[in-house]
Design a protein around this ligand. Structure first.
Ligand code: PMP
Length: 463
């Protein structure tokens, strides 16, 4: 690979062009318009990325929960190049190409029992959108046409298309686009740290939280509810693993009311929790799994949903089609990269690596609990949130103004400048989100801990 010309990328014309032409996502552009430098990442290698000036950052978020295998993997680049030369593009609209077929078969073999059919998209939000639409059409075809509503959890993020955004439980992201799709309803999430009921009894809390789903189904009318969308570990709001027994109870509730259980695994699949799919980590079988991100380790965009044979059945025979599709769904280059990525998972036993190292990751982050600003450390596998509080004993959180000052005024930038790329998020209570590449080991955990220790201590001193 030729070395990028970092000097030209670092120079002022590049910054100016970014300021003048690039619309960054979910970004406030005011700082850069006022002259602040836009962080410009030019290269990646293993768990590290490098900016235009050659500074190194530990990628504590795998890009965006995506680069499972780490950066700079020549074999994934080669797989993309080879496929682009052979067949760069062909749609899977009534046609097929070998890489989509091979990948579908491979994913079906890795997924929980019964999820044998794969519908490809180009990303996660599209996968969520597809799942809701499939649920609606499936029930229309099977004699329950009133089933169209969906349930999701408070503060959850499920994507930006209108349907996926309606499922999202983050008022700040939705407000500019209201009115959204009206048939989406929210239930409490599994934030036991801030539970008002059963805070010291995880099993009882899990039963309580699952029962809120049944309550919502009954309130809306089971004959109108199509699906419940849940992440195995909820990311937005601050990384909430499920209490013991939660998913088993939710499965029973869904079965009782003929409501589909959609496991949104855009983050939690492909080893993030040490298993290929998040549902396998917690021992439940959903009707639909949505996936994206880690399926290609981010080397090419791809998403999709795995669905049970039961959901495909009405489309299998007869003249009805699922009236839905994407130009880039199952793109040959992305499918080839995904296959190479799954080969790499096997060859390097990435799942085994996460399983062997997850306790050490947890133990290393737990050490941060001696800092007065650290209220909670929670997560699973290689996926954690560190919640920051004003008072550890009372769990008092920050005011909006303090949170703004802490996160955007200081933490985001300070962590990055100290060499750790991750995210300080205050869409719920303020947390630092961590999801390093699955190849990381103790030396990287220590590096994360050291940087967090010094930056969080400084944040506390400033407050
Ligand atoms: N669902 C979940 C759980 C996600 O975390 C995300 C993205 N972070 C999405 C859906 C949307 O995925 P995309 O950004 O690829 O559309």
């Amino acid at each position: 690979m030729t070395e990028p010309d970092v000097t030209s990328q670092h120079n002022e014309p590049m910054q100016r062009a970014a300021r003048d032409h690039l619309w960054m996502h979910f970004a406030r552009h005011s700082a850069s318009q006022e002259g602040a430098e836009i962080p410009m990442i030019v290269r990646g290698e293993g768990p590290y990325v490098y900016d235009a000036a050659g500074r190194r950052y530990l990628d504590g978020l795998s890009g965006l929960f995506t680069v499972q295998a780490g950066h700079g993997r020549e074999e994934l680049a080669q797989a993309a190049a080879k496929q682009a030369a052979e067949l760069a593009y062909f749609p899977i609209w009534s046609y097929a190409h070998p890489k989509a077929v091979e990948l579908a078969e491979r994913l079906a073999g890795l997924a929980p029992e019964g999820l044998d059919r794969v519908f490809f998209t180009a990303g996660g939000g599209d996968a969520v959108e597809s799942a809701w639409k499939l649920a609606k059409q499936y029930f229309k075809l099977t004699g329950k046409p009133a089933k169209h509503k969906v349930i999701s959890r408070a503060v959850a993020y499920h994507g930006t298309p209108h349907g996926a955004l309606s499922l999202t439980g983050l008022p700040g992201l939705k407000a500019p686009f209201e009115p959204l799709v009206p048939s989406a309803f929210r239930v409490p999430n599994t934030n036991i740290y801030r539970a008002s009921e059963h805070a010291d009894d995880p099993e009882a809390f899990g039963r309580w939280a699952a029962d809120r789903i049944e309550e919502a189904i009954e309130f809306e009318g089971p004959e109108t509810v199509a699906a419940v969308f849940l992440e195995p570990v909820q990311n937005a709001g601050g990384c909430f693993p499920p209490p013991p027994g939660y998913f088993q109870r939710v499965r029973e509730i869904c079965d009782r009311h003929d409501v589909l259980l959609v496991s949104d695994e855009v983050i939690c699949a492909f080893g993030r929790l040490g298993t290929m799919f998040g549902a396998q980590r917690f021992g439940y079988t959903p009707d639909i799994i949505t996936f994206a991100k880690g399926v290609t380790s981010g080397y090419s965009p791809l998403g999709g949903m795995l669905v049970t044979d039961r959901l495909f059945e009405p489309f299998k025979h007869g003249e009805t089609m699922f009236a839905h599709g994407y130009t880039f769904g199952g793109h040959p280059v992305s499918a080839a990269v995904a296959l190479a990525n799954l080969d790499l998972f096997e060859r390097e036993d990435l799942l085994g690596h996460v399983m062997r190292n997850r306790d050490a990751f947890r133990a290393t982050l737990e050490r941060l609990r001696d800092l007065p600003i650290v209220g909670d450390v929670r997560g699973d596998g290689y996926f954690y949130g560190i919640e920051m509080v004003k008072d550890r004993d009372t769990r008092e959180t920050f005011t909006e103004e303090e949170s703004e000052r802490l996160l955007r005024g200081f933490l985001d930038k300070a962590l990055y400048e100290a060499g750790l790329y991750c995210r300080a998020d205050d869409r719920g209570d303020p947390v630092v989100q961590l999801a390093p590449p699955l190849t990381c080991d103790q030396s990287h955990f220590d590096e994360i801990e050291q940087i967090l220790r010094s930056v969080l201590s400084e944040a506390w001193a400033r407050l």
